[in-house]
Ligand binder design. Structure first.
Ligand SMILES: *Cc1c(COP(=O)(O)O)cnc(C)c1O
Length: 376
């Protein structure tokens, strides 16, 4: 790799990932397990590396979205239990067995299929069942009686966990989370009365952990964002936040060129910016193909020499232009920070998301595969 210098890269702090995991553990206590969510390549932090770290910290379960994501962790030698959360296609059932992944079953007909597979494979296949308690997305939308019938009918596989997912966990101005929790706990008691007791109940992602909604913790919590150092902004009459985490990822790029433009010059595609003074620009080696949101055109900022500097003109595919007139001299090869901290100046995924009109999750997940990750 020596003939290629870094144009655009992320630095992921191993110790911050571990600290964030420990912070979650301190909040939920020893009686609640933590199933870190490492889907989408651990929100671009690198699923294999993050999983190794967290298994090293004692995580016994990991959650991914797809069979393929689970298989790649197995191929990297990860031996923890792996829950596949975002459903699977019939053709992927064999992969679940081959890679010893535990599926979340999302409908009662799918449960029958899984049971038939348990018969054919001669193995007591485990599964977690997801209940749609009101999110209106994936999960079985059914009452206790129907679920009980289906679970009892699936005699060759084992109900290990019962889960649900909240639609509005951070919105304290709606009763939706309370209602979803109540619906879930009703179904659980219905099953219990009939003698069906799933080992693990789990409902909570980052926000119910961060704001202490302990009624929804169950035996496991499923934090994703918190592990990477984020708690999404809540709404309404919000209780005190009890979780302190910090971003583990810094995103940088190199300056390709620096030059002076006279007053009145147009900058970039479409000439959407015109300099209002003699302006020194730096062209940075990161564009929307690297994940810099195009919506930051003429709106966003980067950090150069420890200062926030504006993005000029359109973010293009491979490069972004910034105004460095007020910075100390910068040269090609110097780095700027797209997301991270330089001294007292910082930009995190939430800051960027607010300007781009999106959410912090998508800022992290959209950092593209060509942006190399360095662990520090
Ligand atoms: C992604 C996901 C999570 C993690 O959510 P965060 O907000 O990142 O903590 C938990 N559960 C399910 C079902 C998910 O899809």
């Amino acid at each position: 790799m020596n003939s290629f210098a870094l144009r655009c890269w992320t630095e992921v702090s191993r110790h911050q990932i571990v600290d964030n995991f420990r912070a979650v553990r301190n909040v939920v206590g020893a009686s609640v397990g933590i199933m870190p969510v490492v889907k989408a390549d651990a929100y671009h932090h690198g699923a294999v590396e993050v999983s190794r770290l967290l298994v090293g910290e004692g995580a016994q379960w990991l959650a991914v979205s797809s069979v393929e994501e689970g298989a790649s962790l197995r191929q990297a030698g990860i031996q923890a239990r792996i829950l596949v959360m975002a459903d699977f296609l019939p053709a992927e059932r064999a992969g679940l067995i081959e890679y010893e992944l535990t599926p979340v079953i999302h409908s009662l007909p799918d449960l029958r299929e899984w049971d038939q597979l348990a018969v054919r494979s001669g193995m007591p296949l485990h599964y977690h069942l997801k209940i749609d308690t009101g999110m209106g997305r994936l999960g079985a939308r059914a009452g206790a009686a129907e679920i009980l019938d289906a679970v009892n009918g699936a005699r060759h596989c084992r109900l290990e966990g019962l889960m649900t997912h909240f639609a509005s966990a951070g919105d304290y101005s709606t009763p939706q989370t309370e209602e979803q929790t109540a619906t879930f706990l009703d179904i659980v008691s219905g099953l219990r009365r009939a003698g069906v007791e799933p080992h693990y109940l789990h409902l909570a992602s980052t926000i119910p952990v961060a704001y202490g909604r302990s009624r929804a913790w169950g035996q496991f919590v499923r934090p994703g964002h918190a592990i990477y150092g984020y708690v999404p902004p809540p709404r309404g009459d919000v209780p005190e936040r009890i979780l302190d985490v910090k971003p583990a990822l810094t995103w940088k790029a190199s300056i390709l060129t620096v030059k002076d433009l006279p007053e009145g010059s147009l900058v970039g595609y479409g000439g959407t910016y015109r300099t209002s003074r003699p302006t020194r620009i730096a062209v940075v080696a990161a564009g929307y193909a690297d994940g810099v949101p195009h919506q930051l055109s003429n709106k966003g900022k980067l950090i150069a020499s420890g200062k926030l500097v504006p993005i000029l003109g359109a973010v293009s595919m491979d490069v972004t232009t910034i105004d460095v007139t007020d910075c100390p001299p910068l040269a090609p090869g110097d780095s700027v920070t797209i997301l991270g901290r330089e001294g007292d100046t910082s930009l995190d995924a939430q800051d960027i998301a607010s300007v781009a009109g999106t959410i912090s999750y998508s800022i992290l997940c959209n950092i593209s595969a060509r942006v190399r990750t360095i662990y520090v």
